[in-house]
Design a protein around this ligand. Structure first.
Ligand SMILES: Cc1cc2nc3c(=O)[nH]c(=O)nc-3n(C[C@H](O)[C@H](O)[C@H](O)COP(=O)(O)OP(=O)(O)OC[C@H]3O[C@@H](n4cnc5c(N)ncnc54)[C@H](O)[C@@H]3O)c2cc1C
Length: 403
């Protein structure tokens, strides 16, 4: 292939990681192209509802965030990467706020919630759809920064050149482009994996793993790439909601899990894999509840939230979930809902160092395509943070390398 254009930095993907990288690479003076499979910002990032973790609470510290992250990941995470993530958490929140993300407040103070696996309240939210708010703000930043964007365009192949890399693009922006450095931010591709194994997934239809596989085929080292996370509370019924996951905040606000006998069987605020494994075991043990179509799950007692906080709390704080279920004919303040774990997140991926560099020269990576930050089990809210912290690092380092 021969190159039809040259850039300092080509960013592959436009979720939180790709757009953060593009903004920083432009700020460093690089000529930047973003290549993305459908519309700019169409991604798993835009689907994230629960929130983003950072040690912002009065009694919190990045050390506690660091310890919780390593413990949740079964100590398989890379301590240096986890330190980079957690130390830069508050700075990432400030950067997002400056870009226009309005974090929720109660009485003027930031709203900070406690979620599974965290010893302190640490989860910040921008309304109920934090990921969509991030995408809106970052999309404006990417456009405003003057990065070139090729939408409805996929990276199909890349090969080293004397000066960097040449990428072959397919779709509306088809052709070949040359890059001094490349940032791979194409996500974990778990929708593609779920389709292969015939399971439901929370992921966006664009979430397929070909970029990860391409990098590995070129010789990039990967860590824990076969470690997949299930979201504990995927909707089982009504059928129309299959693949939808009730956010962790539902349990954070007090919804409890019950088997067919009405017994609680797990600490609802334990790390994700613990809760998901307990649900799978309860159902395998014959303690599940059968849905009208024969699938099984356990009860998530959502009415417990208003019982704990007062009528109207669920409608106010979980308006989006309430609306999704109301659309399918269920009132979650009155009725319990049936849930079962659903494929959600790739814990591992391309190995990176503290500069977000992969083991391929001139190739950087950030976000869900990478491994090492979350060990073999991600803490909820840490992925959005990962996209911003390592996305920014990757953009800056790629720009410097291209120079
Ligand atoms: C329903 C849902 C809820 C979630 N909730 C939370 C939450 O509350 N908090 C949290 O921290 N995390 C949450 N997560 C996880 C988090 O949203 C993702 O892990 C994170 O946003 C991944 O960001 P990313 O930028 O790495 O990848 P993505 O956001 O997945 O973006 C990947 C991009 O790459 C593009 N792409 C893919 N292949 C190609 C190709 N071949 N060529 C060009 N472009 C390509 C895609 O189109 C997309 O633009 C949630 C995930 C889902 C699915």
């Amino acid at each position: 292939m021969s190159g039809d254009a040259g850039y300092d930095v080509v960013v592959v993907g436009s979720g939180g990681a790709g757009m953060s990288a593009a903004v920083e690479a432009r700020a460093a003076g690089a000529r930047v192209l973003v290549v993305t499979k459908s519309r700019l910002g169409a991604s798993n990032t835009g689907r994230a509802q629960g929130g983003i973790q950072a040690a912002m609470g009065d009694d919190d510290s990045w050390d506690d965030h660091y310890e919780d992250t390593l413990a949740a990941g079964h100590h398989h995470g890379d301590p240096a990467l986890v330190r980079h993530l957690t130390q830069h958490g508050p700075g990432a929140i400030a950067w997002l706020a400056e870009a226009g993300v309005e974090f929720s407040r109660d009485g003027g103070r930031l709203r900070i919630l406690r979620c599974g696996g965290a010893r302190r309240p640490r989860l910040l939210q921008a309304g109920e759809r934090t990921g969509a708010e991030m995408v809106k703000a970052l999309r404006a930043r990417v456009r405003g920064a003057g990065a070139d964007v090729r939408e409805s365009t996929s990276v199909a192949a890349m090969a080293p050149t004397a000066a960097g890399w040449r990428l072959r693009l397919e779709g509306d922006g088809a052709g070949a482009v040359d890059a001094g450095a490349v940032v791979l931010a194409a996500g974990g591709g778990l929708r593609g994996e779920a389709d292969r194994v015939g399971e439901a997934s929370t992921n966006h239809p664009d979430a397929t793993p070909e970029v990860l596989e391409m990098a590995v085929a070129l010789g990039a080292r990967a860590v824990h790439a076969d470690s997949w996370q299930r979201h504990p509370t995927g909707a089982v019924w009504p059928e129309a909601l299959s693949g939808y996951a009730l956010p962790e905040t539902t349990r954070g606000y007090g919804a409890t899990l019950h088997d067919a006998d009405g017994e609680r069987f797990v600490d609802e605020l334990a790390p994700r894999d613990v809760v998901a494994d307990a649900i799978i075991a309860a159902v395998a043990d014959g303690r599940g509840v059968e849905a009208p179509d024969g699938r099984r799950g356990v009860w998530l007692d959502t009415p417990a939230i208003d019982r704990a906080h007062g009528a109207g709390f669920t409608a106010a704080r979980l308006a989006y979930v309430t609306k999704r279920y109301a659309g399918a004919g269920l009132d979650i303040t009155r009725d319990r809902v049936l849930v079962y774990p659903v494929l959600h997140y790739r814990n591992g991926g391309l190995a990176i160092d503290g500069a977000a560099a992969t083991t391929l020269p001139g190739v950087y990576a950030a976000g869900e395509i990478t491994g090492g930050v979350h060990g073999t089990n991600r803490l909820m809210g840490n992925s959005l943070l990962d996209t911003v912290v390592f996305g920014r690092t990757a953009g800056r380092e790629a720009a410097a390398a291209a120079r």
